[in-house]
Design a binder for this molecule. Sequence first.
Ligand code: UDX
Ligand code: UDX
Ligand code: ADP
Length: 470
Amino acid sequence: ITSSFNSVCCIGAGYVGGPTMAMIALKCPHIEVTVVDLNQQRIDAWNSDNLPIYEPGLDEVVKACRGKNLFFSTDCEAAIRAAQCIFVSVNTPTKKTGLGKGKAADLTYWESAARNIAAWSTSDKIIVEKSTVPVRTAEAIEKVLLRNCPQEGVHFDILSNPEFLAEGTAIDDLTMPDRVLIGGKIENDRGTAACAALCEVYANWVPKERILTANLWSAELSKLTANAMLAQRISSINAISALCECTGADVSQVSFAIGKDSRIGPKFLNASVGFGGSCFQKDILNLAYICECHGLQEVADYWYSVVGMNDYQKTRFVRRVVSAMFNTIRNKKIAMLGFAFKKDTGDTRETPAIDVAHGMIEDGAKIALFDPQVPEEQVRMDMGEEAMKSITCYSKPTEALKDAHAVTIMTEWDEFKTYDWRAIYEVMHKPAFVFDGRNILDHAHLSEIGFIVYALGKPIDPFLKSAEGA
Ligand code: UDX
Ligand code: UDX
Ligand code: ADP
């Protein structure tokens, strides 16, 4: 077995594969890295000045290595043959139909990648699971590889090396990861050697004490668990935000106070209109489904409740908007600031704005949308033609806000804080409402101007209370 690599390939040039491989190429000039994808357009974009994904700092990293030791190609066969180590970073969406639909991960792309590897390999390979997969996927993949490889004597060693980067901070996360996790069959020599070879790659820039090894199943399960726990923190603080509104407690003060406990820690305690993004919901549903398959219904239900709380938070937000505005938002112009699932990204996958917009449209609202990064075509794809009859997308925030009855903040974009809220107040209908779904604005200042302010988990404005007859 190879003890160190000079040739690596990655199948799948998406949000995970692209940035991760670019970082390996940057930090390991002695390793030739080839990223392949079936999608010609995507590969062309990686080879152009206009990369297919927006990540701060990514352009510089790609420019520094591309054409030297970093290559993007659609020739999967050649790349697989040449590589000693193959990362698999294809998409694993939630199944839309069949057994486990709406919960289980769809491994179609993974299996087809494995079949290609088996068919084209003529030498030993280390196969690295990079995309998030259900626990024990490695076992299934190994079967596919072993049964389909026509070449005698070719060995495959499977490792799990889940990626923990977050969108918008991918390059920082890759440069200085909290940890790198490598799972393998450490109970035998081949597995240990494969782990060591991959550790050596990361050791080119990651401090040794941050490179962890584990057995395969622990590594696979750690990825799902990390995302489930992060999402759980958000649902927990969001649950408390509802109670804060009833009691006069302030969720920011509660978050701050509990975050000082070193056992709890200060991060990921911002109450919000709900978590979004391509991972959290998908991974929790996948985790819960695996529990169900093992007969652990109580465990599954515990994790489903995290998603349930997230849905409740979105519904609760819409209900507040409607009830505060005298139980009717029919034909009222409601400005929606932000559509992306978080700031500094144009990504809208599972963004809470989708559900909130649908909820308000159901009550007859006319939505005036502005997001600094999300183009109208994306909103159209996410919302559908029917809903678009009630949505107008603006390229300037001032146009979205003019003559609006209310403003809803859906994404925590920094620029929203810098707007001239006094001038905005002047051009809105009165009473002018602000519903801050991210708690980023200066609420005292807004109230002083004359806005009726609703902020998540904050004492309710007396005006709102009386409007609701509470
Ligand atoms: C707790 C809080 O820690 C403390 O801040 C508060 O003021 C009172 O309640 P205590 O009940 O004394 O303190 O014990 P703690 O160490 O928190 O443990 C509580 C229970 O959780 C114990 O049964 C402990 O065994 C269990 N526990 C703790 C676990 O099962 N796993 C853990 O990782 C930690
Ligand atoms: C997440 C994990 O953080 C990352 O480790 C994993 O590899 C992929 O999934 P990502 O989805 O890019 O990353 O974004 P993240 O920053 O985790 O935010 C997810 C959602 O939670 C966003 O909608 C965000 O607005 C929300 N959030 C986050 C809160 O509502 N409150 C918080 O305190 C933190
Ligand atoms: P992630 O967020 O996990 O990186 P993406 O959807 O952004 O997921 O990227 C996954 C990529 O994998 C897509 O560009 C897709 O075209 C590619 N892909 C899927 N199956 C294969 C395959 N068998 N061979 C090569 N590329 C594949």
